[in-house]
Ligand binder design. Structure first.
Ligand SMILES: *[C@@H]1O[C@H](CO)[C@@H](O)[C@H](O)[C@H]1NC(C)=O
Ligand SMILES: *[C@@H]1O[C@H](CO)[C@@H](O)[C@H](O)[C@H]1NC(C)=O
Ligand SMILES: *[C@@H]1O[C@H](CO)[C@@H](O)[C@H](O)[C@H]1NC(C)=O
Ligand SMILES: *[C@@H]1O[C@H](CO)[C@@H](O)[C@H](O)[C@H]1NC(C)=O
Ligand SMILES: *[C@@H]1O[C@H](CO)[C@@H](O)[C@H](O)[C@H]1NC(C)=O
Ligand SMILES: *[C@@H]1O[C@H](CO)[C@@H](O)[C@H](O)[C@H]1NC(C)=O
Ligand SMILES: *[C@@H]1O[C@H](CO)[C@@H](O)[C@H](O)[C@H]1NC(C)=O
Ligand SMILES: *[C@@H]1O[C@H](CO)[C@@H](O)[C@H](O)[C@H]1NC(C)=O
Ligand SMILES: *[C@@H]1O[C@H](CO)[C@@H](O)[C@H](O)[C@H]1NC(C)=O
Ligand SMILES: *[C@@H]1O[C@H](CO)[C@@H](O)[C@H](O)[C@H]1NC(C)=O
Ligand SMILES: *[C@@H]1O[C@H](CO)[C@@H](O)[C@H](O)[C@H]1NC(C)=O
Ligand SMILES: *[C@@H]1O[C@H](CO)[C@@H](O)[C@H](O)[C@H]1NC(C)=O
Length: 653
């Protein structure tokens, strides 16, 4: 039964990916008739009417799924059906996946799997399966964006399908599949330094030959659009994240094509989005005052003060003035190529290259480092290290406040994580989306220390960010001192305590914070690591499941119920309903109580983990699966990944 269902879903996904195209049927954008009487721009003072309608329909599904989740988690003194039916509005739950390269993509995939009731084993073993089904929004940036994008473009297969059945060889990060290898870099250094800098890109896996990345870029250039390293990076990522199919790794598929996916049209999955930042001056200072741009299936844009505009995603590439097409009947489609968007949320290519020349690594010798540095400088000076959106969709936008952005014919976007806000929270937690609860799945930093959510918290007080609502969080040293990264922590448990943070009457949501930490695997792999063997990849995912399921619920048999308590909290508060004794107990366990332990500077007193905390004692990894694997061919991440305790792999030697 289960197999049939999965195969069915898979077939749907395959059918969907071949439906929509750039008008050229290739990586190049193409010309189309403009929509009649259509202003492509709107003010960033609300969510779009399309999103509103979509969310309304989605709520019919999430309400049902949430009732199922709450029923299966055995909340005491609680009638889920009655509660949701009588709610003032449907609860808005969101999932936010942080950046952190492949580490974040893989740990995030494990966290995702544990929240998805289709992951075999997760619901029966008291996972948090059903939360994904109960969620309205889903956001990612960088590695988290790759996860969200890879799934969304395929109409949301389960992680089981991708990792275990893997008919399309996706997420294969083994040596020969790497985007770039040291050997290929070295081979192409000299021609790049003394010849055309573009020669260097021949080092990228899949660049050369027919249907190679080089040809794809040429097609875009020939159509009159600039390409940069982000295009190459995006197309290289496509070769790992998207199925090869007949259409060469979905080379004509666009982000707005998500609208046409069956699952999206039927509101079966949360509303997906990825984020990036606007760089509006040549200075390389990245800070929280850069506007956050989101790409959702309907729009690209920002709620932030300086941009305050949204543009119809499918018409990106159209030359506009204040949202009106300049050539009044000719518009462009296909510019919002899916892999280009995934490259944009992670324009980290130079950093990956830089990691080969880091001062303290011995990966290449001194002479090569010197040459590589010069090539990188050359690339950077040629403006190749940034995503170029030309024409600028916000050109002369009447809603934007920043002259530099609106008067430039090009919009420059950079990696969403560069201002240290590695979780895509500021846009997600905008008052316009009225979230009740958000899962902050933090795989940024090798072992996260709260920095990312602290940035979101601080950002809400800037003039730039006049719409985000984020609960109180303590500083990094408190995260360390109180073990807030070693076990799940809820922030913003009491709405009454946050009236000062509310904007237009919208109180911050409860944040369910889950940070990467080791259980079965040392999952603090390098941000810039490109290589994972198949067992390493699965172990990363497995560890993500452990983090989310609290080691298969061995650490707290009420964990599922406690998450339920958090999900219903805001609605209870709206109705003035008192918490059950069980939920009070949960909140005493999981809520940050407001205590702080602030010290100046870096504070890393403890480097090792216990099951629930940080310690300076020695540590070992835990094994959740005492060898009861039944059927190896059964589609279960849980059973399939039940390896014995793993040693620390030397992943990137
Ligand atoms: C998962 O949840 C959805 C929504 O509640 C439900 O329709 C579906 O049957 C569930 N799937 C499994 C495998 O439990
Ligand atoms: C809920 O209760 C049922 C019946 O008592 C039990 O089988 C199940 O394991 C419980 N689930 C949780 C999450 O405690
Ligand atoms: C339904 O909600 C209203 C307020 O929204 C509340 O007064 C009433 O007690 C609720 N009824 C139930 C059965 O929960
Ligand atoms: C990944 O790709 C390599 C090289 O093509 C192949 O040998 C290997 O079987 C693939 N791994 C998986 C898990 O499919
Ligand atoms: C973009 O393309 C134009 C025309 O082809 C060219 O003059 C310009 O230098 C290009 N800009 C970049 C940043 O490559
Ligand atoms: C979605 O499908 C419709 C009808 O097939 C088509 O007209 C439209 O262009 C598609 N939209 C996108 C964004 O692909
Ligand atoms: C557009 O921005 C780029 C990068 O900051 C800058 O070099 C260029 O001069 C700007 N162009 C205009 C017209 O302001
Ligand atoms: C564009 O608009 C102008 C003025 O509104 C009109 O004169 C012209 O015919 C239009 N061009 C096309 C190609 O529709
Ligand atoms: C309660 O509010 C105060 C500010 O009024 C804040 O400092 C404190 O951290 C909050 N406590 C919690 C648990 O959020
Ligand atoms: C943090 O965890 C350690 C190790 O489990 C424990 O000894 C310590 O008491 C915990 N600290 C707090 C504030 O709970
Ligand atoms: C952490 O645990 C490892 C492995 O048991 C041990 O070798 C190391 O000394 C511990 N680190 C610290 C700082 O105690
Ligand atoms: C998780 O726990 C359940 C029992 O609650 C057990 O049946 C299952 O095998 C465990 N799964 C793993 C992967 O350890």
């Amino acid at each position: 039964m289960m197999n049939v269902l999965l195969i069915h879903l898979l077939l749907l996904a395959l059918i969907n990916v071949t439906q929509a195209w750039s008008p050229t049927g290739s990586y190049a954008p193409g010309k189309v008739q403009c929509p009649s009487n259509h202003d492509l721009l709107r003010e960033g003072d609300s969510i779009s009417s399309e999103e509103k309608d979509w969310v309304k329909a989605r709520h019919e599904k999430t309400d049902k799924a949430l009732i199922e989740y709450l029923n299966s988690s055995n909340l005491t003194d609680f009638d889920a059906k009655k509660f949701i039916r009588n709610a003032t509005r449907s609860p808005n739950i969101a999932l936010a996946f942080s950046g952190g390269g492949y580490r974040a993509m893989l740990s995030g995939a494990g966290q995702f799997a544990a929240l998805d009731n289709r992951t075999v084993g997760v619901d029966e073993t008291n996972g948090l399966g059903g939360i994904f089904q109960s969620s309205t929004y889903l956001a990612g940036l960088l590695g988290g964006g790759w996860l969200v994008g890879s799934l969304a473009m395929q109409d949301f297969p389960s992680v089981d399908e991708i990792v275990l059945e893997n008919p399309n060889d996706l997420w294969n990060l083994t040596e020969t599949k790497q985007i770039i290898t040291k050997v290929s870099v070295i081979r192409n250094l000299v021609p790049a330094l003394w010849g055309n800098i573009q020669n260097f890109f021949k080092a990228v896996n899949g660049y050369n030959g027919k249907n190679g990345i080089g040809q794809e870029l040429q097609e875009k250039e020939d159509a009159g659009f600039n390409t940069t390293i982000t295009d190459i990076w995006g197309r290289a990522l496509a070769r790992q994240l998207l199925p090869k199919g007949k259409d060469n790794y979905m080379n004509a598929s666009t982000w707005s094509d998500i609208r046409n996916n069956t699952g999206f049209k039927n509101h079966n999955y949360p509303f997906p989005m990825v984020t990036a930042l606007v760089r509006f001056s040549k200075s390389k200072a990245y800070n929280s005052s850069l506007p956050v741009v989101e790409f959702n299936p309907f729009e690209i844009g920002s709620f932030d003060y300086s941009l305050n505009s949204f543009f119809d995603t499918q018409y990106l590439g159209t030359e506009v003035n204040n949202g009106k097409p300049v050539k009044n009947s000719t518009c462009v489609k296909g510019f919002d190529n899916a892999s280009f968007i995934l490259g944009t949320t992670s324009s980290l290519f130079n950093d990956f290259l830089n990691s080969l020349v880091c001062d303290d690594c011995h990966s290449v010798n001194f002479f090569l480092k010197m040459i590589l540095r010069r090539v990188l400088t050359k690339l950077s000076n040629a403006y190749y290290d940034i995503a170029v959106f030309k024409p600028n969709p916000f050109y002369k936008s009447r809603y934007a406040k920043n002259e530099e952005i609106v008067n430039n014919s090009t919009l420059y976007l950079i990696d969403g994580g560069l201002a240290d806000e590695s979780l895509p929270l500021s846009n997600l937690m905008t008052k316009e989306r009225k979230l009740d609860a958000v899962f902050a799945l933090d795989n940024s930093e090798n072992w996260p220390n709260g920095k990312s959510i602290i940035k979101t918290y601080e950002r809400q007080f800037l003039d730039e960010d006049d719409k985000t609502v984020c609960p109180y969080v303590p500083g990094e040293s408190s995260f360390q001192h109180f073990n807030l990264t070693a076990k799940p922590t809820f922030f913003g448990c009491d709405a009454k305590n946050m009236t000062d943070l509310a904007k237009d009457g919208v109180v911050p949501p409860i944040v369910i914070y889950l940070a990467n930490r080791p259980f079965e695997f040392w999952s603090n792999t390098s941000l810039l690591g490109l290589k994972y063997s198949d067992p390493q990849k699965k172990a990363m995912i497995r560890n993500g499941i452990d983090v989310t399921s609290r080691l298969n619920h061995t650490l707290d048999s009420e964990w599922q119920a406690c998450v339920g308590c958090a999900l219903i909290r805001r609605e209870q508060e709206r109705q003035g309903i008192k918490q059950s004794e069980q939920c009070e107990r949960c909140f005493a366990d999981y809520c940050w109580d407001g205590s702080t332990f602030e010290v100046e500077g870096d504070y890393f007193p403890n480097v090792n983990f216990t099951k629930t905390g940080l310690t300076n004692d020695s540590m070992h990894l835990w094994d959740t699966k005492p060898g009861t694997s039944t059927n190896v061919s059964s589609i279960s991440v849980l059973s399939y990944l039940g390896f014995k305790k793993r040693q620390l792999f030397d992943l990137f030697s």
